[in-house]
Structure formats: structure tokens, C-alpha cells
Design a protein around this ligand. Sequence first.
Ligand SMILES: CC(C)(COP(=O)(O)OP(=O)(O)OC[C@H]1O[C@@H](n2cnc3c(N)ncnc32)[C@H](O)[C@@H]1OP(=O)(O)O)[C@@H](O)C(=O)NCCC(=O)NCCS
Length: 403
Amino acid sequence: MTSTAYEHGIHVRPATAADAEAVLLITDAGFGVSSEPENQYEFSVFPLEQALVAVDGERVVGYSAVRPQTITVPEGRSVLAETIANVAVAPTHRRRGILRALYTEQHRRTEAAKRPITAFTASQGGIYGRFGYAPAVVTHDIVVQRAQAEFRADAPDPGGVELTPIPVARQVIPEIYQRWQRVTPGAQQRPGVSWAMLFDDPVHRRGGGTRLFALVHADGYALYRYHRRATGSAVEVVELRAVTPVAYAGLWRALLALELFDRVEASVVPGDPLPYLLTDPRQVYTVAHRDALWLRLMDVPAALTARGYAGDLDLVLAVHDPFRDAGGAFALRVCEGVAECAPTERAADAELGIDVLAGMYLGAHRARAFAAANRLRTGDPALLRALDTAFGSEREAALGWFF
Ligand SMILES: CC(C)(COP(=O)(O)OP(=O)(O)OC[C@H]1O[C@@H](n2cnc3c(N)ncnc32)[C@H](O)[C@@H]1OP(=O)(O)O)[C@@H](O)C(=O)NCCC(=O)NCCS
């Protein structure tokens, strides 16, 4: 078995079936969970045999799981990304560079597999910038004061939403998700085991709420559960996906009609239309602004030519990538939404970190915001406007399923 030596006597090698118990101990201790009843799920979403372990002698002291996922990128294109999950280091071995060693090895493998991007969801925000990652999908947690939320007279009222038994919903919802996923940057194709985890709905994953309920429209669905808490009653929207604005309005009409409950809680994209559908937009409170998906470009030309663009560009980007000792100057030319990109010797028009490019990649963050923070440097305001337009996305980025 190949194994790579790092500092402090740590080796990184591929995980094997014999590591399962030690890995679960590391991840349970790392995330503060008890995963025993879900073991069958854990390794079927992210197979143990594809993962890496860090070992100190014989002892497993670090873990990092991986699987390829097809992710939609702007203008309805898609990319096969390497996605990383469940990274944890033993509490006895932290801050000795084990995470750094796992990522170094993982990046080597991703490069060999020629995946243009890597992605993950993160439990902490201060760690991954140094490795070239940035949040590329943003989500807002909202609370709607249900009784005060009234629809405007001109808000769509399509009907066609049905309270659907879960066994029926699990048959029809994956096809609706697929249509939504294909047009939504950041959304991933979803494996059957992820659907099983959602619909099997084990009691210990309900956060104290009821079982799942499903509202289904031909072009969208909402899965939700009820909570009765000391602080008041609430409807928790577990997942709402709508292919069309009309389906979206129809689903929210049904959710806001759940009249025995004070609040409706959901996660939405920053430009969510719900406040625009109501007579009083203040009834939708944003209680948190969170990152949902982090990205890294592993191959700048392959990643930049994989997505579509909303405007033309012709410039040279100087990209800094110290963690992989990569980067360089890249000529990027976009014509009618299609990009060509290659290393160049030409002088740069703009300079930025590889993480900044990741932040802009799905259209969730604007070039001008990074420029204001001195993380994208150019002397040309027109170029900044062109970058903002070109890197924008008609449809806002959203995470498909949490991993
Ligand atoms: C997060 C975790 C994986 C870090 O592992 P680690 O082996 O201690 O990290 P390393 O020693 O390799 O640190 C790498 C770099 O990240 C920094 N870093 C590590 N944890 C950090 C934290 N919580 N906040 C800010 N920086 C952090 C280190 O200072 C180091 O910086 P440098 O190399 O630029 O000097 C580990 O603390 C852990 O298992 N935490 C609990 C589970 C978890 O949060 N997993 C992450 C899931 S997204």
C-alpha cells in the first residue's frame, strides 16, 4: 500500500475496510456525533476505500473522504468535481499539520484524476482560504412570521400543490430535483443513498421535530416538519426546490397556510423572491448568512472553460496559488458565453488569488466586492464591470444536497 511520509512521523495512505472502526471513532469525536445507526449510509455516500487516513505508527489519527460529483455551473453546463467530506483529526493530534498533509495528498490525487475543481461544505470558515478555497454558494436562513405574512394581490396563485404521502413523494421528487439541479449552479446530481437518507427520516435526525411532510407541485416540492418548542411553534422547511417561479409561489402559499404554527423557517438564496410576493416584506427576517459550498480551482483553464458566461471578456489574469505552488498568468477570452483560456507570457490586466476566482466561479460573489477588499487588483474600472457581468449567473447558485 502506498503511503506518504509527512512531518512528526505522520504517514498518509488510502483507507481500507479494516480502518472502518478507527475512522468512525475519529469522525464521531471530531464532529461530536454518534453515527452507529447510520454506518450503512456513511460509507455508501463517501466510500471508505476512496478515502485517505493519516496514521501515527499503526494508529489512525486523521481522515478525509472523497467522491466525484457532477455539479452544475453557470449557463446550464456541468463539471465533474472532486468533493471532500468528513475531514477530522484526532483531538490528541491537532495543529501538527495533519489536515495540511491530507489536503496535499488529496490535491495530488485530484490533479492526477484531472478534475478541474474540488468542493466541500465546511464546519469552520477560518481554515480553508490558505488552501485556495472560498465560499462559492451563499445561503440565507430566514424566519417568516406566518400569521402576519400576506400575499400581494398580484402574487401568483397557481394551485396544483398537493399534500403528498411520503412513499409517493419519494417516487416523484427525484425527477423534479433533477430538472431543478440542471439549471442551478452549485447543485449536484444526487445519488440514491442521499434520497434514502432523506426519506427514511430516522427519528434521531429529526432535531426534536415531527416526521417529514411533503407538498408537491408538478414543478417543485417542499419537504417540511413541525416543531413545538418552548419558544413557540415552527414549521421547518427541510428542502424546497422549484423549477419555476410559479411553483415557488404555490409552495409558499401552502406553507404559509399552516395556521397552527407561528413561524416558518427555511434556507434560501440571497436573492430569494419571497419578500417580493408579500404585502409586508419585513415579515421575512434573515437570521443568518451562511456559506454552503466551498470551491477550489485545480486547473484554471479547464475550470474557466467549463462554465458559461453572461458577457464577453478579453484579459490576462495573474492568479496566485501558493499552496500548490501553481498559478501563473492566464489569457481568458470569452465570446458569446464561451471561454478560451490558456497560460500566457502577456502582462496581466488583473491580479487575484486562486480563492478569489473560486468565490466568483458560480456567480455568488462579485469581482467588485473582492476589488474593494484589495483581493482583486486592477487599474481598470471598465474591466471590473466586465468581470462582474461575465462571471454573473442568470440563476443564483444553491447547494443541491448537503454532504
Ligand atoms: C479542523 C481540523 C481538521 C484541523 O486539523 P489539524 O490537523 O489540526 O490542522 P493543521 O495542523 O493541518 O492546520 C493547517 C492550518 O490550518 C490552521 N487551522 C487549523 N485549524 C484551524 C481552526 N480551527 N481555525 C483557524 N485555523 C486553523 C492551522 O493553524 C494551520 O495553519 P498554517 O499551516 O497556515 O500555519 C481539526 O481541528 C478537526 O478535526 N476539527 C474538528 C472537525 C472539523 O471541524 N473538521 C473540519 C470539517 S470542515
